[in-house]
Design a protein around this ligand. Sequence first.
Ligand SMILES: *Cc1c(COP(=O)(O)O)cnc(C)c1O
Length: 414
Amino acid sequence: MSERFGGSFTQQEPIPEAGIEAAMAVLRHGRLHRYNTAPGEVAETVLLEEEFAAYVGARYCLGLASGGAAMACALRALQVQPGDPVLSNAFTLAPVPGAIASLGARPVFVEVTEDLTIDLAHLEAQAMASGAKVLLLSHMRGHVCDMEALVTLCDRLGVRVVEDCAHTMGAAWKGVPSGRHGAIGCYSTQTYKHMNSGEGGFLVTDDAELAARAILLSGSYMLYARHRAAPGPEVFEALKLDVPNVSSRMDNLRAAILRPQIAMLDDRRARWRVLYQAMEAGLAGVPGLRLIPRPQVEDYVGSSFQFLLPGWDGARVAALVAAAAARGVELKWFGAADPLGFTSRYAHWRYAAPEALPQTDRILAGLIDMRLPLTFTPEDVALIARILADEVTKATKAGTPAQVAAPVAVPAAD
Ligand SMILES: *Cc1c(COP(=O)(O)O)cnc(C)c1O
């Protein structure tokens, strides 16, 4: 009888007891708004910002209502104007182009490589062709490009970088925390990310003017002096009448839930890596399947797992997804004709009028994705890998040799 997996791919760990207790204290005193403090009290949100800034080594940090709000706030702080082109990865999730579109700006998509990172040659070409001065760089599914090469290129092009670290909170590149390579780093604390407050986000920067603009934008009224991971009042004085309030604040309840989780990030990364490496080991050498190489210098978190099925036609991939689902393994496929759940691709973002990107189409046509929640054990992961290896092997044997050879062209995505 074939093995079956019975666990849930969407079940996260509970909020730590310290977070529950701190949240109860906030509920009991009722001062949930970040600027509602008793005499002498420092708000949970303010402490959270200070602690997260220290964790990533940033001068300034701002808590926000979501990761998407953090990205939009970052772009506004950089004074992106309606109609401006903003570079971004073609392989990312909907809130990234959505943040660009929320300003009336225009996403300019860049091809993805087989390693699932941004294609630097295409980035340069798109920057030159569009004249874009900002890149919203998504470290999609935690895959980080050569950050030294990227920063050198963007400096040369005069392009400022905003990092979307939704999948790299707690990760580093050559020892530099993710989010600390560009002008601004953005993070999400939505339930499926590396810290969980339901919804929430941060941005960090070392630039005093950007930090002041972001704080004013988030809806600080004239209470910006209450922030601690923030520049001095003189920086705000020069800006406070010119920067609009686009309310998107973090609140004390979420901050209370999040504060104890910062100290857990490094341990969570280590535990995620164990699961990731168990999956990698279980799928190594399976014919017809390509694993994504991870550079030595990339200290990744591994909260999800991807692999490619190069050259597989759509019907065969769809059959694999269905066969895996029948055995309890929930896969997501970036090549499906229609967007499903959280999974969509650039061609589905019609408001952005995307131009066709043949390399991205070819790669996403065979891209499989799955979550690895920390509620999985290494034994769970080994079982999932056995099921996948079995189903991929069956599908490969049933196929013609051409289907397991070098990648072949597939029709452009719709
Ligand atoms: C989750 C996510 C975000 C931010 O999402 P929010 O739900 O707005 O917090 C940004 N980028 C990527 C790639 C994401 O997966």
